[in-house]
Write a protein that binds this ligand. Structure first.
Ligand code: 5GP
Length: 177
């Protein structure tokens, strides 16, 4: 099964995905991106980091099953990572790529992770972002939420442990079918 995780930025998707993968052996699709590597990230593990020119060359070569420009950077999922998966696979995608993929294949399971506005502001403030940045992110969150009906499940991330068990319950119930 292929699970597509999406939701407003700052919602805690990567932390949730990491926690789920500690509980169960899921494969994770390592995307390609043209953005700069951040401290604590590893090439080939968090992303395959490539230059913008190399990314666009891969687009030309029809290497991606989907790709999007998000902010100033490109992000894409290789066809191989989806086609070669032997286990349940998790994709972490922004909403445009996620909904496009969901519309192409009804076997994909879409999980939209959300968080309430107050909590989102708290997290962004804690990360040291200024008011203008936070306002922009809140507007973006509204836009991202407008896609939520296209997902099969919606989970509110109030507390990481509850969120992880809710998502695992969803996955187990689908596997029992
Ligand atoms: P970040 O730069 O914070 O790691 O990621 C920014 C956004 O890009 C996140 O919302 C993440 O889900 C999304 N993203 C990561 N990989 C891909 C991908 O392969 N395709 C698409 N469409 N979005 C991606």
């Amino acid at each position: 099964m292929i699970f597509i995780f999406s939701g407003p930025s700052g919602v805690g998707k990567s932390t949730i995905i990491d926690a789920i993968r500690q509980k169960r052996d899921f494969q994770f699709s390592v995307s390609y991106t043209s953005r700069n590597i951040r401290e604590g990230e590893y090439n080939g593990e968090d992303y395959n980091f490539v230059s913008e020119a190399d990314f666009l060359k891969l687009v030309e070569d029809d290497f991606f099953i989907e790709y999007e420009k998000y902010g100033r950077n490109y992000y894409g999922t290789s066809k191989n990572s989806v086609n070669d998966s032997t286990n349940s696979l998790i994709l972490d995608l922004e909403v445009n790529g996620a909904t496009k993929l969901l519309s192409t294949n009804k076997d994909y399971v879409g999980i939209f992770i959300d968080i309430d506005d107050k909590e989102l502001i708290k997290r962004l403030t804690k990360r040291g972002h200024n008011e203008a940045f936070i306002d922009e992110r809140m507007r973006l969150a509204e836009y991202q939420r407008s896609f939520q009906d296209k997902f099969h499940y919606k989970v509110d991330n109030k507390d990481i442990n509850t969120t992880v068990s809710k998502i695992l319950d969803i996955i187990y119930s689908l596997e029992e079918r």
